[in-house]
Structures are given as C-alpha cells and as structure tokens.
Design a protein around this ligand. Sequence first.
Ligand code: SF4
Ligand code: MSK
Length: 625
Amino acid sequence: MARTKKTIEEKSIWDDARQMLRKAERDGVETAWDRLEHQTPHCNFCETGLSCRNCTMGPCRISKKAPLGVCGADADVVVARNFGRFVAGGSAGHSDHGRDCIEALHAVAHGLTQDYTIKDEAKLIRIANELGIATEGRQPLDIAKDLSAEFYANYGSLREELSFSCRVPEKRKQIWKDLGITPRGVDREIAEMMHRTHMGCDNDAANTMLHSARTCLGDGWAGSMIATEISDILFGTPSPRKSMVNLGVIKEDQVNILVHGHNPIVSEKIVEAVSDPELVALAKEKGATGINLAGLCCTGNELMMRQGIPLAGNHLMTELAIVTGAVELIVVDYQCIMPSLVTIGNCYHTKMVTTADKAKFTGAEHVKFEVHNGMAQAKKVVRMAIERFPLRNTNRVEIPQGPIEMITGFSNESLLASMGGTLTPLVEAIKAGKVRGAVAIVGCNNPKYQQDHCNVNLTRELIKKDILVLVTGCVTSAAGKAGLLVPEAIEMAGPGLKEICGALGIPPVLHMGSCVDNARILQLAALLANELGVDISDLPLAGSSPEWYSEKAAAIGVYCVASGIYTHLGHPPNITGSSVVTNLALEGLDSLIGACFGIEPDPFKAAELIDQRIKVKRQGLGLKP
Ligand code: SF4
Ligand code: MSK
C-alpha cells in the first residue's frame, strides 16, 4: 500500500496530539508516524503472511512463480503457521502477566512480602467458592494459598480444562469439545503452537487455525482472566469514579511521573510512593508544588479503574507526552512500550526507568521490582523523578490544556450493583429493544490510521443505534477524550439507550479496564448467556478492534470469536495470502463456532456491519430486530 506524507491533521483527530506533533517537528523529534513513512512501502510477502523463516532451508517467499517453500509448504500452510505464532505471542504476553499476578498472590499468601496485601477479601472468598476451594472457617491467607496453587495449575499440562471453564455456558463447552479445542493449560497450548509450526509438523492450515483458537481461549479464559481477578483481589475491585484524560493532566508546576505498561504490581506502589510525605517535601524543596502521577496505555487503565489516577493518553500519545518537555520520569513494566521513548526522553530531561527483567530497554535505568521490595523500589523511582525536576528546561515546556472528565471503574461487580445486584434490568432492556445489544470496542492505535478516528466514530455510531458500548485498553482514552464516558453522553445515544442509561445514571459507553480486562467482558457475556439459557453466540453482542496493532489484540480477537462473539477488525492480520485461512476467518468459522471476523476500515460502514449482525441475533432470540 503506497503512502504519502501525512499532514499533522491527518495523523490524529486530537488537538493535544496535533499540538505536540507540531512541537515535535520544531524540536526535531521523530515519532511513530515519521518512522512509518520510512518503513513504507511494506514488504508485500510479509503483509500477506507469505514469507516463512521457520528454518534455514529458507527463508522462503511464496508467489505464483514459486508457490512452494523449499520444504514443500504452500501458501495456506505458511500463512496459518505465521498466524498461529502471532497469536501465540499475544497469548503469552497476557498470560505471563497473569503468571506475575499469581506470583504476587502466592507471595502474599505465604508471608513473603509485606508490600502487598489482600484488599478485596470478599472477592477472594467469592472466587475461591466458585472454583470449589474450601472457605468456611478459614483464614484469608490460607484460602489465598490454595487459590494461587489452583491458578498455577492452569499453566501446566496436567489438566483437561481450565478452572474458569466453570463460567463457560454448556453449549459453548460442547462446541469446543466437538472441535477438540477445549483449552487445557495456558503454557501447554502456547508451547504446542510453537511445536506444531516447526517444519514438518502441522501442515493442514485449518487444523493449525483451530489450535490458534485453542491457544487464545487459554489466554481469554485463564491467562487474562486470572490477571484480572488477582489484580482485583490484591488492589481492589473497581467501582465507578471520576477521572480525567488527555495530555492536560500533566502539570507544569509539579514533578510529573508517567506510568506505562500493563501490570498494576509496579504502578500501584508508585501511587503509594507519590504521597509519601518525605518525598512530597523533597519535591517542594526542589521547587515543585507537588508530585503528579498520570497513566499511559493499559497501566493507565488499571490505575484509573481502581484509583481514579488520570490518563495522559493511549498508545500513540506515549511519545507525545514526553514532547511536552514536562515529564521528569516514565516508569514502565512491559508490553506496548516503544523503544523510541528512551531516545525521545534524551531530547528532553526525561528519564526512563524499567522495572521487569523481561523488559529492559537499552539506555533506560533498570530498577528491578520484586514482590518483596516493591515499596522501596517505588520510593527510589519517585526520588529519581524529583531529582530530575531542576533539570527541566522551562523554555521547552508546552502542555496542552483542558483535560476532559470521564467516569471509570465499571467492573462486572459494580455494573451488577448499579442494577440492584442482578442482570434482570439489562435482560429486560435487551428484550424490549431499548438496549439492542452490546459491543466491546477494544485495542490500540496504529499510525496507519488517523489516530482514534475509527475508535471514536464507531463508538458514536453504535450508541446512536441503541447499542451499549464497553471499552477497554487504548480505546478508553479515545472515548474519554470524545466526551463519551460521562453520563451526559446519553444525549448522543439513541432513545432506548438514553432511557436505560439515564435511569441507571451511567454513561452509554462504559470503561471496563485494560487489555487483560477483556476477560471481564467474556465473563459478562457468559453470565448473560447463562441467564437466558442460550449460547454466547446467540446473544446480540459483538467485539471490535478498529485500530489494532499488537499480537495481543489479535489473540483477543480470536478468543472472542472462539467464545462465540462476532468480531470486527479495521484491517486484517497478515493472512490475506491464503484463501483457506482468510475464508475460514471471514466465513468458515461462523458455521463451526457460531462467530467469525468482519473486516472494515470505515467506522461508519463497520457500524452498519455490526448492526446487521445484532439484528440477526435479536431475531434468532425471537426479539424485534
Ligand atoms: Fe521455507 Fe519450509 Fe523452511 Fe519455511 S519451513 S523457511 S517454507 S523450507
Ligand atoms: S496497551 S495492546 S496498544 S490496547 Fe494494552 Fe493499548 Fe493495544 Fe497495547
């Protein structure tokens, strides 16, 4: 696809982004948009999934002239193998994050740390009961010991199914069983995918694709779900609260620290450290009025959901946040962190600190966080930020103004509480056609799109059609900046959705958390299906990731589809070189699994596509379309 140089207006829909893009040009800072131009045009073989590097008889590129790799693999096999490895990478990311959460829970339970505690005992007991762990008359820490052992077992090879399969509707479980895709263990499915895609193993594209589904189901119903549930147990289950979003949350007169990544284990300690009286006093000594903490990407989502910490922006705002010239320090854990942040930080006075041994960045300072030293390390990082404040060049500071208010914190628990502890009001609203369906819009930014154009317009179009929208990850910032995450946004919704959300006092677009928190949405879909006695695929639901980029987003898309949820993507993964794989994704899966993917870059057309699907599902349930 040939690309021409984009204007600043074409790069992003947001004023804060455009202001910083202009400043970046003035300051000689290169951003993702510039680097995309340097990388364009992309290799057509790679874009269509037709290049293979799985052995040294190759690399091979499949074309009309050379339709087989050296080993004899054809286009379908090469594309399916590449896709399998792609989603295995995404599943590994979410699930390894989940494993870190288990380690933290295990350390708390066994008294190996004083820095973390169990904040939501009620949830610990509820989840333990759900999984058949005895709770009666037992101490919370003893229950936590058993729960962490139960969760660890989900990663191994000894089980036939995952703990949270107890949440999956029976009809769905039967579909998985019939297809042989019931996920057994997180690590097992990922490792098996790597095995299958070694030269000379699984050379049947459809078979490889089914294992992709199994691998991603392990992510959705275990890796991600475990990450979410433990994070709630350790840091509190989110409930609705106000917060703010856009680069205007960065404060000119304060020490600014940004947290970026995914896992709240680091960022929750930073939250505590920034209010340490000694550190606040030190910040004042250095000439600041205080210490300001803001989030980026999914760590930002995690902190916002539980603590109301403001969100500076999503994926494509991470570089631009540093361009304000007012960020003393950016502290990261893992995933979606551009290595360019180190370079851009060096153009200003911004220090980048890494915290996980599995995610070091050349040029950044490493402050290793472990469960037993989280608090001490957090204080060290905050002190480092304060020491940078006098180095700030005030002549180079420019902060976009006017952060936007938003409501966050819609866990399933809080959503149920807003409906009086039952799903009945939502079910009745769906039956009456006031809420015609629900769509989860999730995922990223990608500089190939005008930033957030699709994320925002798809959301707007769907709520107009009386479709409730749930957002997570980087779509949160988009929806928040567009004023869609406040109760007043019901004025932009159709009459039915306006009535229901108005009565409940909630926005028509609900913020449900970070990328791993898409597991909350899976659980909600399963609760709805069980309430109605149907399969998830019978419900008027859809998923969408309009501006996705990552392996993790693809894994989410696959586990949504494999769970029975039709999923729209703004652009296809690198699979279009195979008609077998493409047809399976766009149609074939529908008859096998009750859901498939739809591809549409235009958000207005995508809204129509999703609406059509919701109409069909409503009719299938005997409801007015
Ligand atoms: Fe080529 Fe086959 Fe080796 Fe891939 S596995 S690089 S197609 S020979
Ligand atoms: S951070 S995967 S850019 S949503 Fe979860 Fe955002 Fe996508 Fe990363």
